[in-house]
Design a protein around this ligand. Structure first.
Ligand code: DGL
Length: 277
């Protein structure tokens, strides 16, 4: 029997920390190993093949750290790499391990949150181009209309510490106006990128009051609770000492300085080049 290890949580950079925070809140007994590929972020502007290769390398590294369950806490990686990893790579690489994403659990419940049957998705250009949200939501809620808006400037604003600047106001207003021009009846707006919760105060300023704003952390954490209940064999492979470790592919000092904003408490990271074990 394999030895139990931490739950792996992956993002292109800091965004997944907003998801990890909720996982730790809802499942504090487990160990977590967070990996941010900061050296190669952002992923949102990269091709399908590049995002797939980078994500596969990250997943393989997390497997080597003894994670049996890996959560892609990144919409772009979930949209562009998850299916291929699950269908093509896992059966060869590690048939007993599991990789889950953030799009399906979000799609499964989002239709319950709209009265007008009209949802808006704010996401990276990569996630929007993949059409993953409209396709997944249609499977569960065929009657719901999904409108998408790519917000290519939002991740750079967050990554560069400009989330509270006037520059952020400009792009947030522009993208929200464009979204509501496409779907006038939207009454639920999903932040379909794990970086976006840091922009919530400004987004709320420009969001029509009637529209609900949904972020993924809680949704994904709840779905993990449910998954572990339904899969005791996987839960048994996840160690429980309430410890969280943080790794970045870039500079640790820089990571620690920014990470606190996303995670809500101080973080001390270590470096990995994803090559060495
Ligand atoms: N946080 C990632 C997501 O949820 C996107 C950031 C990036 O572009 O790398 O899509």
């Amino acid at each position: 029997m394999a030895q139990a290890g931490p739950i792996g949580v992956f993002d292109s950079g800091y965004g997944g920390l907003t998801v990890l925070k909720e996982m730790v809140a809802q499942l504090p007994q487990y160990d977590y190993l967070y990996l941010g590929d900061n050296a190669r972020s952002p992923y949102g502007i990269r091709s399908f093949d590049t995002v797939y290769q980078y994500t596969k390398e990250a997943v393989s590294w997390l497997f080597r750290q003894n994670c049996s369950l890996v959560i892609l806490a990144c919409n772009t990686a979930s949209a562009k790499a998850l299916r291929t990893i699950q269908q093509k790579d896992l059966p060869v690489m590690a048939p007993q391990k599991r990789v889950l994403g953030v799009i399906r659990p979000t799609a499964e419940m989002i239709g319950h949150l709209t009265e007008n049957q009209s949802i808006g998705i704010l996401a990276t250009a990569g996630t929007v181009a993949s059409d993953s949200y409209p396709m997944e939501i249609k499977k569960f809620f065929p009657e719901v209309k999904v409108y998408q808006e790519a917000c290519p400037m939002w991740v750079p604003l967050v990554e560069n510490g400009e989330a509270e600047s006037q520059g952020a106001d400009y792009f947030i207003r522009k993208n929200l106006e464009s979204l509501f021009e496409k779907g006038k009846n939207i009454d639920a707006v999903l932040l379909g990128c794990t970086h976006y919760p840091l922009l919530i105060p400004k987004i709320k300023e420009y969001l029509p009051v009637a529209a609900k704003l949904l972020s993924q952390g809680e949704i994904v954490a709840k779905s993990l609770v449910n998954y572990l209940e339904r899969h005791p064999e996987m839960a048994n492979l996840c160690s429980r000492q309430s410890r969280s470790l943080f790794f970045t592919t870039d500079d640790c000092e820089n990571f620690d300085r920014h990470a606190e904003k996303f995670y809500g408490q101080p973080v001390q990271s270590a470096h990995t080049d994803l090559k060495t074990p």
